[in-house]
Design a protein around this ligand. Structure first.
Ligand SMILES: Nc1ncnc2c1ncn2[C@@H]1O[C@H](COP(=O)(O)OP(=O)(O)OP(=O)(O)O)[C@@H](O)[C@H]1O
Length: 518
C-alpha cells in the first residue's frame, strides 16, 4: 500500500528511522562480538583506554578551573610597585611559541635596530592582543593563556607600555591570565611556571647580541661582539678542539657541582704559542660557543688596585675575562725584582691539563706593559698595592666564589717559558692549551673555510711541505685570502711554503738534497 500526503510521508520516514536504528544496533552488537572473537586482549585494553580518555576529554568542560592573573607590576612591601618578572618572561615565552599559521589574530611588531657596525637589523615580535588567547601544551597538560583588559590601575601592562614596545597592548591596561584544570595547580606552580621562566631566559640569551668590553679607568666600554670565529672555522688539531669544547660544555653545566664542592664556578685557560696561531680566535670561538660576553682587560690601563676591583665587580655573569700577552708582565717583573725570569713549562707539549711547574713565588705585578698594539705604561701599581697575576687569581677566586655565577678567565702568551711559575702551578689555570703551527688537519679546515673544498691537485705537495716548514695559520689564511680562485691561492701558498723551506736550509747546505727540514 501506498501512502500519500503529509501523514503518509511522516509514517514512511518514521519506519525508515526505525529500520536504520535497528540495523545500527545490530551492527554494534555484531561488531562487539567480532571484536571479542578477533581482537587480542591488549588491543581491547588499548581501545578501552582510548574511549575513557575521550570521555574524560569530553567531560573536561565541567572540570573545575584555576586562573593565575599575571600583572606587569605588583604592590611592593614598602611604597611603590615592583616589576613582575613572570609577566615579562611570559610575554617573551609566548612570543617564541605563537604560531601565526594557527591563529586568526595576532599582534606583530617589527623593531629596527642598528648594531655597532652600522648594519640595520629587523626583529619580529609576535604577541597576544587584549581579547586574544592561545593554548600551550606542556607535558600533556593544556595551559590556556589569555590577554585580558584590566581595570585601570590594576597593575596591568599600561605601566610598562612604551612607544612601539611589543605586547603592551598600546594604551590599554591589560593582564595575562593563565588557566588550567584545578587538578594541575601544583604542576602549574612547580613545573610549568619555572619552565616558562627558564624558556624565556633562553630566548633572551639566544636573541641578545654578545658584547666585548674594554676597560678604561674603572669602567668597561661595551660594543657588540661580531667575531666570526667558531670552533668549526678554527684551524687546529681536531682532538684538542674536541677536548676544549667538551671541557667548556662540562663547565657550563656544572652549577650544582661547583656549589656542592664550595668552589667558585670559574675555569681558567692558558693559551700559548707563536703569534698568529689563533689564540685570540680561540677566545672568540669560546665566547661564541658559550654565548658569553668578553671582557678584554688591558692592564696597562689599570693604575690602582681599587680600579681593578671595580672592574672585576662590574663584570656580568656568563662572561670571559681575557688578559692578553701576560708574558709582558712577567718580563717587566723580572726586570723590577732583579729576578731571573721564571722558566717553567715545556714550551711545546699539547694541552697539558694542570701540568704546570710548582713554585711559591708570588712576585708583585710589574708596571703593566702590553706588547704590540697595546700601549705601554710605566705608572704601574703603587708599591703598597702591588698585585700579582696569581694574586689576581686568588682575588678573583674570593670575589667570584660569592657570586655563584659562571665565569671564565683566559690568559694568552707567546712565551709560556717566561711566565712566573706561580701562575703555572696546578690549580691556577685549569687547562694549558698550546696553539701551534699549521699542520695538515688545520690546513684542511682553512681550505674548507675559504673555498669549500676537501681536495685539490696541489694538496699532496702542500701536505708534504707543511710537514717540513713552520707556518702559522695566520700566514696560511693570508695566502688563501689573496684570490677567490682556489688554484691561484693554493699555488701562492705552495710558493710561500717552498720559500720557507729554502730559508730554513742552513747556509752552505743550500741546494743539498733533503736539507733544511724545520
Ligand atoms: N687557528 C686558526 N684558525 C683559523 N684562523 C686563524 C687561526 N690562527 C690564525 N688565524 C687567522 O689569523 C688571524 C690572526 O690570528 P689570531 O689573532 O687569532 O692569532 P693569535 O695567536 O692570537 O696572535 P697574537 O699572539 O699575535 O695575538 C685571525 O684573524 C685568523 O684569520
Amino acid at each position: 500500500m501506498e501512502h500519500s500526503g503529509v501523514g503518509g510521508q511522516a509514517v514512511d520516514a518514521y519506519r525508515k528511522a526505525l529500520a536504520t536504528a535497528a540495523s545500527a544496533a545490530a551492527y554494534a552488537v555484531m561488531a562487539r562480538g567480532v571484536a571479542r572473537e578477533l581482537l587480542p586482549p591488549e588491543l581491547r585494553a588499548a581501545a578501552r583506554w582510548a574511549s575513557s580518555a575521550l570521555l574524560a576529554r569530553l567531560g573536561r568542560i565541567k572540570k573545575e578551573r584555576r586562573t593565575l592573573v599575571v600583572r606587569s607590576q605588583q604592590a611592593a612591601a614598602g611604597a611603590g610597585r615592583e616589576e613582575n618578572l613572570l609577566f615579562d618572561a611570559a610575554r617573551a615565552y609566548l612570543a617564541s611559541r605563537l604560531d601565526p599559521r594557527a591563529m586568526r589574530r595576532l599582534g606583530l611588531t617589527l623593531a629596527r635596530a642598528k648594531d655597532d657596525d652600522g648594519r640595520a637589523t629587523w626583529r619580529k615580535v609576535l604577541f597576544l592582543e587584549p581579547g586574544d588567547s592561545t593554548v600551550d601544551v606542556f607535558d600533556g597538560v593544556r595551559f590556556h593563556w589569555a590577554c585580558v583588559e584590566a581595570p585601570s590601575g590594576g597593575g596591568g601592562g599600561k605601566k610598562k607600555a612604551r612607544r612601539g614596545e611589543p605586547g603592551t597592548g598600546g594604551d590599554r591596561d591589560f593582564v595575562l591570565e593563565l588557566s588550567f584544570d584545578a587538578e594541575h595547580t601544583e604542576f602549574a606552580m612547580d613545573q610549568y611556571v619555572p619552565f616558562v621562566m627558564e624558556a624565556a631566559e633562553e630566548v633572551e640569551e639566544r636573541d641578545r647580541a654578545l658584547k666585548i668590553c674594554m676597560n678604561e679607568g674603572r669602567t668597561w666600554y661595551r660594543v657588540n661582539h661580531h667575531h666570526p670565529a667558531t670552533f668549526d672555522t678554527l684551524a687546529m688539531d681536531p682532538d684538542l678542539k674536541r677536548r676544549i669544547v667538551d671541557d667548556l660544555d662540562l663547565f657550563a653545566g656544572r652549577r650544582d657541582h661547583y656549589r656542592r664542592i664550595g668552589k667558585a664556578w670559574k675555569r681558567g685557560y692558558l693559551l700559548y704559542g707563536p703569534p698568529g696561531t689563533g689564540k685570540s680566535s680561540l677566545v672568540a670561538a669560546m665566547a661564541n660557543h658559550l654565548r658569553y660576553d668578553l671582557y678584554d682587560l688591558d692592564l696597562s690601563h689599570v693604575h690602582l688596585n681599587t680600579s681593578l676591583q671595580w672592574l672585576l665587580v662590574g663584570m656580568s655573569s656568563r662572561s670571559i675575562l681575557v688578559i692578553e700577552d701576560i708574558d709582558c708582565c712577567s718580563d717587566a717583573m723580572s726586570r723590577e725584582d732583579g729576578k731571573a725570569a721564571a722558566r717553567a713549562g715545556d714550551g711545546g707539549a699539547d694541552d697539558e691539563i694542570g701540568n704546570g711547574a710548582a713554585s711559591d713565588s708570588d712576585a708583585p705585578l710589574p708596571p703593566p706593559a702590553k706588547s704590540k698594539s697595546k700601549s705601554k705604561n710605566d705608572q704601574g701599581f703603587p708599591a703598597s698595592e702591588g698585585v700579582t697575576l696569581s694574586g689576581l687569581l686568588n682575588f678573583i677566586d674570593g670575589l667570584w666564589s660569592t657570586s655563584g655565577e659562571e665565569r671564565i678567565i683566559v690568559f694568552t702568551t707567546n712565551y709560556k717559558e717566561r711566565l712566573d711559575p706561580a701562575l703555572l702551578r696546578p690549580g691556577r689555570m685549569d687547562m694549558h692549551i698550546y696553539m701551534g703551527y699549521c699542520g695538515w688537519d688545520a690546513f684542511k679546515t682553512l681550505a674548507r673555510n675559504y673555498f669549500l673544498i676537501d681536495d685539490h691537485a696541489l694538496f699532496p705537495e702542500i701536505q708534504a711541505l707543511l710537514a717540513e716548514v713552520e707556518v702559522t695559520p695566520a700566514e696560511v689564511s693570508e695566502m688563501l685570502l689573496r684570490s677567490d680562485d682556489a688554484d691561484v691561492a693554493l699555488r701562492g701558498l705552495k710558493e710561500l711554503l717552498e720559500e720557507k723551506k729554502q730559508e730554513a736550509v742552513p747556509e752552505g747546505k743550500q741546494g743539498e738534497e733533503g736539507a733544511g727540514k724545520a
